[in-house]
Write a protein that binds this ligand. Structure first.
Ligand code: NAD
Ligand code: DAU
Length: 367
C-alpha cells in the first residue's frame, strides 16, 4: 500500500459524498462541512444536467471541503480519489433520480444507478481491504428510495412500507435503485463489507431541480403557467423536508450497525391534487395574490406510465433505535420552501435559461 500524503492524517474522517452538487447531496455536504470541521468532506459529482455547483457555493471555500468532478461509473477516477484522500467513509447519493426521465431513457439509469454503485462498492472494497485495519472504522452509506418497495393501494391506508417489505419496483428508476440496493447487500453478505442503506420518501426543500413537482409548480404558479397534474391527481406521496432527511443520514452513517437498513419518512401523506392546492394557497399568500387566484392553472394531463398509486413510509424503526424524528411540520416546511424559491429567483432563472451549464462548463472544464 502506498504512503498517503500526511495532510490526510490531520482529519478525523475523510468522507466522499457522491452527488453532492445535487439536491439532497448539497444539503448533506453543507451539514457535514459545517457540523464536523475536523472531517474532510469530498464532493464527488459528475455535474450532469441536475448537478449545480451553485448549490454548495456557500460552503465551497471552507477549508474542509473539496470538489472533484468525476463519474461514478469510472473505476480509475473513483479509485484515484479514494486513494488520494485515504477515504474512510462514502455516502452515496449520485444517481439519475427522475422517474419521468427513466421512462423515456432507462439505459442511463442502469448505467449510473446500478453500474455506478457497483463501481463505487468495488473501488472502496479494493482500497479498504488492502488497508492495515481492513474494513474496521470504514463505512459505505447507500442512499436509496421508498420506490423500491413498489406501490400501496389507496383503499388500505393502514399499509405502509417497513424495512422488511419485499422489493417490488415498477419504474425503470425504481428498478435501478432496487438493483443497486441488492448489490450493496450482496457486498455485505459476501465480503462482510461495512455498508448501510437508507430508503427515504419524497423530499422537498431548497435547491431541488425544477423538473420535480414542488419546485416546478412553484415556478409555474409565479409565472402563471399551467400546472400539469398527471391523471386525476389522486396519487399519494409521503413528503419529508430535505433537512430532516440529511439529519437522518448523518445519524445512520455514524450510529447504525453494519448491514442495517432504515426507512426514513415523515408520516406525511398527501394526494397530489391536495398538495397542489396547498402550494397554490401558500404561493399566492406570499406574493399577495388573492386566495385561490391561481387555482385555474391546474391542468389535468395524461397520466405517467405505470404511475405508482401511493407511497407511505413507516419510519418507526429509526425513531425507536436511533432517536430520529422529523423536526419540521409540513405547513412550516412548505412555507420555508416557497419563501426560498421566491427569494432565489436568480437560481431558478439560471437553470431554466440553461446559464448554469455554461458557468460550470467553464469553471470545471479541465477537471
Ligand atoms: P438529484 O437528481 O438532484 O442529484 C443527483 C446528483 O448526482 C447530481 O448532482 C448529479 O450531477 C450527480 N450524478 C448523476 N450521475 C452521476 C454520475 N454518473 N457520477 C457522478 N455524479 C452523478 O438527486 P436527489 O433528488 O438529490 O437524490 C439524491 C439521491 O437520493 C438519489 O440516489 C435518489 O435516488 C435518492 N432519493 C431521492 C429522493 C427525492 O425525493 N429526491 C428521495 C429518496 C431518495
Ligand atoms: O419517493 C421518493 C422519490 O420521490 C425519489 O426516489 C425520486 O428521486 C423523486 O424524484 C421522487 O419521485 P416522484 O416521482 O414521486 O416525484 P415527482 O416530483 O416527479 O412527482 C411527485 C408526484 O407528482 C408523482 O405522483 C407524479 C406527480 N407529478 C409530477 C410532475 C413532475 C405530476 O402530477 N405532474 C408533474 O409535472
Amino acid at each position: 500500500m502506498e504512503i498517503i500524503d500526511n495532510i490526510n492524517t490531520n482529519w478525523a474522517r475523510r468522507i466522499i459524498v457522491t452527488g453532492g452538487a445535487g439536491f439532497i447531496g448539497s444539503h448533506l455536504v453543507r451539514r457535514l462541512v459545517q457540523r464536523y470541521p475536523n472531517y474532510l468532506i469530498i464532493n464527488l459529482d459528475a455535474l450532469t444536467y441536475c448537478g449545480n455547483p451553485a448549490n454548495v457555493a456557500d460552503v465551497a471555500d471552507l477549508p474542509n471541503y473539496r470538489f472533484h468532478r468525476a463519474d461514478i461509473t469510472d473505476y480509475e477516477a473513483v479509485a484515484a480519489i479514494i486513494k488520494q484522500y485515504n477515504v474512510d467513509g462514502i455516502i452515496h447519493l449520485a444517481a439519475e433520480s427522475h422517474v419521468d426521465r427513466s421512462i423515456s431513457d432507462p439505459f442511463i439509469f442502469a448505467k449510473t444507478n446500478v453500474l455506478g454503485t457497483l463501481t463505487l462498492l468495488q473501488a472502496a472494497k479494493d482500497w479498504w481491504s488492502a488497508s492495515p485495519d481492513g474494513f474496521s472504522g470504514k463505512r459505505f452509506h447507500h442512499v436509496s428510495t421508498d420506490e423500491v418497495f413498489g406501490a400501496l393501494p389507496l383503499d388500505r391506508p393502514e399499509l405502509m412500507f417497513s424495512e422488511t417489505t419485499p422489493y417490488a419496483p415498477h419504474s425503470p428508476y425504481s428498478a435501478s435503485k432496487a438493483s443497486s440496493d441488492h448489490f450493496v447487500r450482496a457486498f455485505v453478505d459476501t465480503y462482510g463489507f461495512p455498508a448501510v442503506i437508507t430508503n427515504c420518501s419524497n423530499n422537498y426543500g431548497p435547491y431541488q431541480f425544477p423538473e420535480k413537482l414542488i419546485p416546478l409548480f412553484i415556478n409555474n404558479i409565479v409565472e402563471r403557467r399551467p400546472l400539469p397534474v398527471y391523471g386525476q391527481g389522486l396519487n399519494v406521496r409521503d413528503w419529508l423536508y430535505v433537512g430532516d432527511h440529511v439529519a437522518a443520514i448523518d445519524l445512520v452513517f455514524h450510529q447504525a450497525a453494519n448491514g442495517a437498513s432504515y426507512n426514513i419518512g415523515g408520516f406525511n401523506q398527501w394526494s397530489n391534487i391536495d398538495l397542489v392546492r396547498a402550494l397554490i394557497a401558500e404561493v399566492d399568500r406570499q406574493i399577495n395574490r388573492p386566495d385561490g387566484a391561481d387555482l385555474d392553472l391546474i391542468t389535468f394531463v395524461k397520466d405517467r406510465a405505470g404511475h405508482d398509486m401511493r407511497y407511505a413510509i413507516d419510519s418507526s424503526r429509526i425513531s425507536r433505535e436511533l432517536g430520529w424524528k422529523p423536526s419540521l411540520d409540513f405547513e412550516e416546511g412548505l412555507r420555508i420552501t416557497v419563501q426560498w424559491y421566491l427569494s432565489h429567483k436568480e437560481w431558478m432563472d439560471e437553470i431554466t435559461s440553461g446559464a448554469y451549464r455554461e458557468y460550470y462548463d467553464k469553471m470545471y472544464k479541465n477537471r
